[in-house]
Structures are given as C-alpha cells and as structure tokens.
Design a protein around this ligand. Structure first.
Ligand code: ATP
Ligand code: MG
Length: 354
C-alpha cells in the first residue's frame, strides 16, 4: 500500500547533528520543535520561513529538500531502483540520488529509516557518505556522495584486468572501509561486490550500499532473505549456516581475484567445458575447493593474499585488520601509486540516457 504522507527528512548532513525526528511528528505530517520545522520541503527554521531574513550559511547547509535537487542524468540501475546524478540548485553540489522502491507498512518503514540512518552516517573516508534520506510514496531516496568514476564494474569493463600494484592500492582502501565497518561499527556489509565499490577521479575507492541489503531483507520480515547476487556470497551463507564479518572477506577475495584475472573466478575459461547454471554455481562455491590465483601469473604475495581471503572455513580466513598488514598490501604501500592514473584515461561511466 502506498503512503500518502509527504516527504520526511530523516537525517542532517552532519552526522553529529543528526536528530531524532519522529518525536516531533504532528497530525499534519510536519515535525515541529521550537524554531525547527520539518516537512515535505525538508528542514526549515521558522525565522527563515517568515521570509524576512536570508538564512545564514550554516542554516542553509542543513536545509535540504528533494525538490532542491535537479536531475542531470541516470547513472545506474540496480535491482531496487535507479541511481541519478543530481545537482543541488543553490550550491551547485553534485550528488548521487538512489531510489529504492518499497511499498511497505508504516511500522516497517520506521524501522528501515532508523536502520538506514544509523548505518549510513559514516565517518570513514572509504565508505560512501549518505547525506540525507527521504521517504515518499513507497520510495526511499538516499542522497549519496557522488563517485564520478563509477564502480569497479565500469572500470573492469574498460581495462579488462587490473595489475597487482593498483590492486594493492585499491584493496588497501576497501580494507580500511571494512575495518571501519567491522571493528568500529560492528556490522557486516553482506553485499561486497564490484558494483558496490565506487571510485572517484582522485582514485579514492569507497564502499557503498552498506546496510541496504540487510535492511531490505529485514523489511520483508525475513532477516536473511537476500536480495542481490549470490556470486560473491561466502559458502557458509549459501549453506544457511551462521556467519560473521568474515563473510565480507570471502567476497572481497573473489572481487580482487576477478579484477586480476578478468573474469568471475567460478566461470570456466574458454578452454574448459560448459558453463555453470545458478545451482551449479552455488554447489561449486559450497562443495569445491576455493579458487586460487594462478601462481605462474601472479606474485607469491598476491596468491597468498587471495588464499587468505577465500578460505572456505571462515575461522581460517584473515580479518580485515590482519589483511591490512598482509605482505601484498605492504609491498606497494610506500610506492606512491595512485589509482587516479588508472581511472584518468578511462571514458566516464556509461549512463542510460546517453
Ligand atoms: P544491485 O541492486 O543488484 O545491488 P547495483 O549495486 O549495481 O546492483 P545500485 O546500488 O542501485 O545497484 O547501483 C547502480 C549503479 O549506480 C552502480 O553500479 C553504480 O555504477 C552507480 N552508483 C551507485 N551509487 C553511486 C554513487 N554514489 N556515485 C556514483 N555512481 C553510483
Ligand atoms: Mg549497489
């Protein structure tokens, strides 16, 4: 059933200033507390609503409404909805606006926005910032930091394979994001895959969609109903066992190996027979030995790094913190290699509007 409620701002730009909005809810759908008013236009201070005084910069920065965002183009499509490049009308700032279609009950929605609010208030340079979230007519809209070189999917499409020195630099950044999620926030990402690792022109790599898959699953009343691809899912998750942070490490290992060899590791090479159906793939992940980096093509450090990630027994897998000091990461650490060089020569990510 679609909600008739107006847009509700759920989070301020600065996580420290995030406030609990539900307690201000009035029957008209406006939240009010002293000078503060929250409605479909976003956050307003009453003094500014009266129109006599222009808002000062700090007030302005915290005022954010969906209607202030102009669509420039569609930059991606996922299973939950569309991602658009948008520009803030007044500041000119660019954001990625991600819409997630959710026709759900009010009580479930409250739980979702609460979880998203907690999950998305990142304070780590390697996790994509979610500045705001809104809920309107069955769609959750997330205002995200715009990563202008797209995802690893866009990059692999163009370069086919990524060389070890770049992979080490990329991997270090993802690991720093994972250390933050695992050791500081105590959460499992659950959906580490190439499309959720985003890159900008500075060569910074950031993890996105943190918490989204968990929230979508829980919204369906089954906490562990997965709503994405199974390709990168750890064997213990596929077989329905309990799992922890280490399941993200398995996924990272597969992603990095894919970037190195230029194909998803479980897809047979052209010389090998046949291709895997969905069930054969799941069976292969659970029953067969894990994939390896071919030792004749890659350094011992790289092969050892991949093997440390894709151990089938999660206990045997290294943690994000341990992997940060793995010889493969250390090897290129002081070599001053920038991913900016790798993404500089590439075409901008393909978009759906041309
Ligand atoms: P799925 O929905 O199955 O998880 P997905 O991760 O590709 O797949 P979305 O998360 O909706 O789906 O993202 C779609 C695409 O939009 C991504 O692949 C990426 O190219 C682009 N995208 C997402 N977020 C951003 C962002 N913050 N900045 C730039 N591009 C983004
Ligand atoms: Mg995604």
């Amino acid at each position: 059933m679609k909600s008739k409620k107006p847009l509700r701002p759920l989070q301020l730009a600065v996580p420290d200033e995030a406030i609990q909005v539900d307690k201000f809810l009035t029957a008209s759908g406006t939240f009010q507390d002293g000078d503060l008013r929250l409605n479909q236009k976003g956050l307003r201070l009453m003094s500014e609503d009266s129109g006599s005084q222009p808002p000062d910069i700090k007030e302005f920065e915290t005022q954010f409404a969906l209607e202030d965002l102009e669509t420039i183009k569609v930059i991606g499509k996922g299973s939950g909805g569309v991602v658009q490049l948008v520009q803030h009308k007044w500041t000119g700032s660019l954001f990625a606006l991600k819409g997630i279609q959710m026709n759900i009950q009010e009580t479930v929605r409250k739980q979702i926005v609460q979880e998203l609010k907690i999950n998305q208030s990142s304070q780590c340079p390697h996790v994509v910032v979610c500045y705001h979230s809104f809920y309107h007519n069955g769609i959750i809209s997330l205002v995200l930091e715009y990563m202008n070189r797209g995802s690893l999917v866009d990059i692999i499409k163009q370069v086919k394979t990524i060389l070890e020195p770049y992979l080490a630099v990329l991997c270090k950044q993802v690991l720093e994001g994972l250390v933050y999620l695992h050791h500081e926030r105590h959460v499992i990402h659950r959906d580490i895959k190439p499309s959720n690792l985003l890159v900008n022109h500075k060569g910074e790599v950031k993890i996105t969609d943190f918490g989204v898959s968990a929230v979508l699953a829980s919204s369906m009343g089954q906490r562990d109903t997965f709503v994405g691809t199974y390709n990168y899912m750890a064997p213990e998750r596929i077989s329905g066992g309990s799992y922890d942070y280490k399941s993200d490490i398995w996924s990272l290992g597969l992603v990095i190996l894919e970037c190195a060899i230029g194909r998803f590791p479980y897809i047979p090479t052209e010389q090998e027979e046949g291709f895997l159906s969905f069930y054969e793939l799941l069976e292969a992940i659970v029953d067969q030995p894990p994939p390896i980096a071919p030792p004749d093509q890659f350094s011992p450090e790289f092969c050892s790094f991949i093997s440390a990630c894709v151990q089938k027994d999660p206990q045997e897998r290294m943690s994000s913190l341990e992997l940060l000091s793995h010889p493969f990461i250390k090897k290129f650490e002081d070599k001053d290699i920038s991913l900016g060089v790798l993404v500089d020569g590439l075409d901008p990510p393909v978009n759906y509007l041309g």
